[in-house]
Design a protein around this ligand. Sequence first.
Ligand code: PLP
Length: 355
Amino acid sequence: MKKYNFNAGPSILPPVVIKQTAEACLDFDGIGLSLMEISHRSAEFKPVMEKAEALMKELLEIPEGYHVLFLGGGASTQFYTIPYNLLEHKAAYLNTGTWAKKAMKEAKLFGEVVEVASSAADGYTYIPKDYKVPADADYFHITSNNTIFGTEMRYDPDSPVDIVADMSSDILSRPVDVSKYSIIYGGAQKNLSMAGVTFVIVKDSALGHVSRQIPTMVDYRTHIDKGSMFNTPPVVPVYTAMKTLEWIKGEGGVKEMERRAKERATLLYDAIDSSRIFRGTVKAEDRSYMNVCFVMQEGYEELEKPFLEFATSRGMVGVKGHRSVGGFRASLYNAQPLEGVKALIETMQDFEKAH
Ligand SMILES: *Cc1c(COP(=O)(O)O)cnc(C)c1O
């Protein structure tokens, strides 16, 4: 049976990228060795890292004065690496969900954290809009896409200070005005690569302003100086990221990714809104194009488990909602074909007809 992958992360990748990675793991570029068993400093691997950086810069139109890093540790490691490097007195955080909260928790170890607004009291069902970022904050941290709750800021907010953004689950799904940010970071395993690598886009001039000592590995300048090669980078995930970036470029770049994301998400949200038995969980204007969260309508709650079983029988994978929201979540990342969304909608409609 054909499988449709709606996993939230690690998640769907373009089939061609999976094939290229598999081939490189057997014989990398015809050198007779696996990508897994060569030096990261070899003449064969170095161009992979350089190309991944160059493609990130090209696709996101990253201005001069920024570096792109590929590191280990996941987005969660960045939650403390960022304040370690940037937080001297005070930082502003927008609390839009589980990941934002985790980022705030770590920042509190380094200085004052101002929660400028929070949607926690309403179950993180919307993105707060009326907030004021203190002009004396060292940075303003946002989570552009809330993977668990299905809300997204599809815009670069105005802020009197540079923004730091966790874009783990929506990087490369739209054009971004990078000049508004001092750091854009994320785990690659949602929209860019397999698990194991973290991307960090960092503004050079944001560094060097804190008085504390920074351990070598935590200091962004270490990795900038060494081109993400201070220590051994996760070579296979970096390769997969590079191939995904090539794929995005070949498909038409981030504008085309945005067009497709809108098309996919609109189709699914329309189907949810016109359904008798399903309903969306978040405020319409803040709905994520990447993670579509929905539940059974009131009175139909007992159909949750039967629907999950039915969806599974139709080849739908990963549509169970996060345990903190319940219901369902369909992740529609860049590599999700329109056909996948249509198959899910058909599954929902067939189930509805039978109930
Ligand atoms: C998945 C996710 C994380 C955590 O990423 P790790 O790489 O597992 O540390 C952080 N933020 C967001 C928005 C996520 O979706």
